[in-house]
Write a protein that binds this ligand. Structure first.
Ligand code: IPE
Ligand code: IPE
Ligand code: MG
Length: 264
């Protein structure tokens, strides 16, 4: 039975878990971090090559300052405390999201873990922090378009058009023709995603009963299989993960084909 190559998890329900137990939201997040450790070990055991964890969305900045501060403290602590395990188990740590907007201590911790673990080749662990699928697409569009416009010959030509005081319609029609000439494709866009070499998630799990993506991997989820469970993230166990994997193995991924074509 095929296992997913890339599993992405929307770890949701820490707050509700804490509230149900009369604890603070911070205690919920701390309990959630323990579940992350369990999941990492399970992915190593199953030899899953890529695991993405949605830890903080760009929309999460709208939470109370105290909660945001606690979360970043927790991320830093977690990355530091997991580093020995990452090195020992051959985990390559990476991140997606806008790193430059993070608190400096978090940037340092992330960069340190990324560089220390770059040789790991058993499991790639991707933390989505300050991540938004919409922002990632926007970033990729901007980058790929500027790549085209910044090509030397084009730059000189555009400058000449401007110097010759051509109309804006002329300039626009020239720019449009550039995209025809270079056959701008999906690949140009994909080459500028945060991690261009990362395969799309085969399987996206969301805990806590919410049935939405909340801006996670919008482009990459085009053909992902989804799994939703009511279990809150701190309660999500190795057994729950097994159950999810089993569900994945019973899915039929057609990618637009018909059943008779699938075994060919
Ligand atoms: C997910 O749990 C963790 C983060 C978004 C950082 P929540 O904090 O969203 O938990 P609920 O949804 O309030 O229960
Ligand atoms: C999604 O959870 C983001 C993370 C798990 C980090 P949220 O709890 O922020 O999502 P919404 O706001 O309920 O959609
Ligand atoms: Mg939530």
């Amino acid at each position: 039975m095929t296992l997913p190559r890339h599993i992405a998890i929307i770890m949701d329900g820490n707050g509700r878990w804490a509230t149900q137990k009369g604890l603070s939201r911070s205690e919920g997040h701390l309990a959630g971090a323990k579940t992350v450790e369990v999941l990492i070990k399970e992915c190593l055991r199953h030899k899953i090559p890529h695991l993405s964890l949605y830890a903080f969305s760009t929309e999460n900045w709208n939470r109370p300052q105290e909660e945001v501060d606690y979360l970043f403290e927790l991320f830093c602590q977690f990355i530091k405390s997991e580093l020995p395990l990452m090195l020992q188990e051959g985990i390559r740590f990476s991140m997606i999201g806008e790193k430059s907007k993070l608190p400096p201590s978090a940037q340092t911790a992330l960069e340190h873990a990324i560089s220390e673990t770059k040789k790991g080749n058993n499991l790639e662990l991707i933390l989505a922090i300050n991540y938004s699928g919409t922002q990632e697409i926007l970033h990729a569009v901007r980058q790929s378009v500027s790549e085209i416009l910044l090509q030397k010959e084009q730059k000189a030509y555009i400058q000449n058009l401007i110097n010759d005081k051509k109309s804006s319609e002329d300039i626009l029609s020239y720019l449009t023709s550039l995209f025809d000439d270079i056959h701008y494709t999906e690949q140009n866009l994909r080459n500028n995603l945060y991690l261009p070499d990362l395969p799309d998630p085969d399987f996206i799990i969301r805990t806590s009963g919410e049935l939405r993506l909340s801006n996670f991997y919008l482009l990459q989820a085009a053909y992902s299989e989804f799994y939703f469970t009511d279990t809150l993230w701190p309660d999500f166990s190795a057994r729950d993960f097994e159950k999810a994997l089993l569900a994945y193995q019973n899915r039929k991924r057609r990618f637009g084909k018909i059943d008779e074509q699938l075994d060919q």
